[in-house]
Design a protein around this ligand. Structure first.
Ligand code: PEP
Ligand code: MG
Length: 573
């Protein structure tokens, strides 16, 4: 058994057989030279092929229209546009002329240049890579070349977990819906066109999995789209855990489908629960319209800072924050840049010891890179015209840390005033991430100085157990809801009650349905979960019952091993 962690693009859980889908067209492209007197004939051949591909595309659009599939119409419209792009066509003919090469070779080389260029771009342009690959393959296929296919015949015979290096729109549509249990790929994007189409199949989608290296045709696997996991060759215990989970999800979904989709989260007994969203990349924002959420509980602003050559400017940040604050209904909790060695921008690497992030986490980073933090505060203050911004300070250990963030905030205000730039700071709530044991112990003091607490269970667990998050050995040894973590949570909730302030759980622990009887028992009433997990948790809340008595909670606190914890939660699955 091996567990692979990827990124989820659609939730749901399935168990089945893996079948790899090959998009091998490119590897079989013939390369040969032509005589100068054959150039015009080769260009004629190229024209015919483009016309053929365009006709196919138009047919696909018509088919999508007849099925009222707006997404597919739009996507294939883009492909048709690419095929009609004169610049692209001219580049290919130029290559045939100047290098005396066959048309397939020229098509492949020119598309490669575009694909390479777009791969290095950000956001939407990057996601067009899949469309370029798809269009290239359509053109090459029109030369009567091999088309994509399942590597093993099982894919033609029964529904399978379709694995591929890259999902492309045509590939998705070429595989009949009834043959697909889930999609797993190495490359993908939450809002890539292929993903949009695949999502309409209503199956789990996980990308970021090294398909060629990790998966084999015919292997048994479980795809847990709710947490982006692919478990290969699961053992019996894991299989039966997931079988039960799948069965229960089916039953619960049946009930939840009958409930008004606009109703906000509440429990079976009618107790209101605050259910918010964690947003880690801007693309996720495209998925939240229509979800009855209570705002963004955790906006991980790091996406603006990493994978760049230099820190984003105040203006660049302002544009992004402005768009989010304008579009999202409800409060937006923006976490101030949370530096750690797994999300360290390259331009800061030389200034820190990247092997040990305990020297620059949290407020320490504010002292080290004050300009960056002041610019972020300025951008946020300017963007808050709607007044729905909340500020969240990461990795706080004590009140002194809050004051460090606050001094950068005040400096930002001072500069904006001096610059005569409009900003909006009225009634901005300030909260802290509780992710260190120190912060738990100091929760009463922190709450005197902050408006709310977000508990980051991912980091709180690692700093409590001295066991790195995501480390295979640590995960094998400790349960994600370790009794020590729950004891700490209970302490924080108690302080929240006393201070009458919100305690929101926003780490991964909140994504597990089976933990909710316990969460409700210790008094948690606010959660923030990933976009892909939102509907599952909302549905779970409608079914869940809080632990009956204190004894059941105490028996959890006495648990001595991960196995015992698994057994304890199995009854709530
Ligand atoms: C956490 O630590 O639980 C958390 C929510 O923050 P992040 O996962 O971004 O470190
Ligand atoms: Mg954290």
């Amino acid at each position: 058994m091996k567990t692979l962690k990827g990124t989820t693009a659609a939730s749901g859980i399935v168990r089945g057989v893996v079948c790899i889908y090959d998009n091998k067209v490119k590897d079989t492209v013939p390369h040969y030279n032509i005589e100068p007197n054959q150039v015009e004939r080769e260009i004629e051949r190229l024209k015919e092929v483009f016309e053929h591909a365009k006709t196919e595309m138009r047919d696909m659009i018509e088919k999508a229209k007849s099925q009222s599939d707006k997404n597919a119409q739009e996507i294939f419209g883009i492909h048709l546009m690419m095929l009609g792009d004169k610049g692209l066509f001219d580049k290919i003919t130029d290559l045939i002329r100047t290098r005396n090469i066959n048309a397939e070779h020229a098509v492949s080389d020119v598309f490669e240049i575009y694909i390479d260029k777009y791969s290095k771009a950000e956001g939407h342009f990057k996601e067009l890579v899949h469309d370029l690959v798809d269009t290239r393959e359509r053109v090459l296929m029109s030369f009567n070349m091999e088309t994509g296919h399942f590597r093993c015949s099982v894919g033609e015979q029964k529904p399978v977990i379709v694995a591929a290096n890259l999902l492309t729109p045509s590939m998705v549509l070429n595989i009949p819906r009834e043959h697909v249990l889930a999609f797993v790929s190495r490359e993908g994007g939450i809002t890539s066109h292929a993903t949009i189409l695949a999502r309409s199949y209503g199956v789990p989608i996980v990308f970021g999995i090294d398909v060629e290296k990790e998966l084999d045709c015919g292997t048994n696997a479980i795809v847990d789209g709710s947490i982006g996991k692919v478990i290969i060759s699961p053992d019996e215990k894991t299989e039966s855990y997931y079988d039960k989970k799948i069965e229960n999800i089916k039953k619960k979904k049946f009930v939840c489908d009958t409930v008004d989709k606009k109703v906000h989260a509440r429990t079976k007994e009618g107790k209101n629960i605050t259910l918010k969203l964690n947003v880690s990349i801007p693309d996720e924002l495209n998925l939240i319209a229509g979800l009855p959420h209570d705002g963004i509980g955790l906006l991980r602003t790091e996406f603006l800072f990493i994978k760049k050559d230099e820190a984003p400017s105040e203006e660049e940040q302002y544009q992004v924050y402005r768009k989010i604050l304008d579009e999202v209904k409800g409060p937006v909790t923006a976490r101030i840049l949370d530096l750690s060695n797994d999300k360290l921008p390259s331009y800061l690497e030389s200034s820190v010891d990247s092997r040990n992030d305990l020297g620059f986490r949290g407020a320490m980073a504010v002292d080290m890179f004050r300009d960056i933090y002041v610019a972020q505060f300025k951008a946020l203050l300017r963007a808050n015209e709607n007044g729905n911004l909340r500020l969240l300070y990461p990795m706080v250990a004590d009140v002194n840390d809050i004051n460090t963030y606050r001094s950068a905030l005040n400096e930002a205000k001072k500069i904006l005033k001096k610059e005569n730039v409009k900003f909006y700071n009225k009634d901005i709530q300030e909260g802290v991430m509780v992710e260190t044991p120190a912060a738990v112990i100091m929760a009463d003091e922190l709450l005197k100085n902050a408006d709310f607490i977000n508990v980051g269970s991912n980091d709180l667990l690692q700093y409590t157990l001295a066991a790195s998050r995501g480390n295979a050995l640590a995960e094998k040894r400790y349960h994600i809801l370790h009794p020590a973590l729950v004891r700490l949570l209970e302490l924080v909730v108690k302080e929240g009650k006393k201070a009458k302030k919100e305690i929101c759980l926003c780490g991964e622990a909140a994504s597990f349905e089976e933990f909710y009887p316990l969460f409700l028992k210790i008094g948690l009433k606010s959660f923030s979960v990933s976009v892909s997990k939102f509907s599952d948790i909302k549905c779970e809340l409608l079914h869940v019952k809080e632990l009956k008595d204190r004894e059941m909670l105490d028996s959890f606190y006495k648990i001595k091993s991960k196995e015992e914890a698994e057994k304890y939660f199995a009854k709530f699955v």
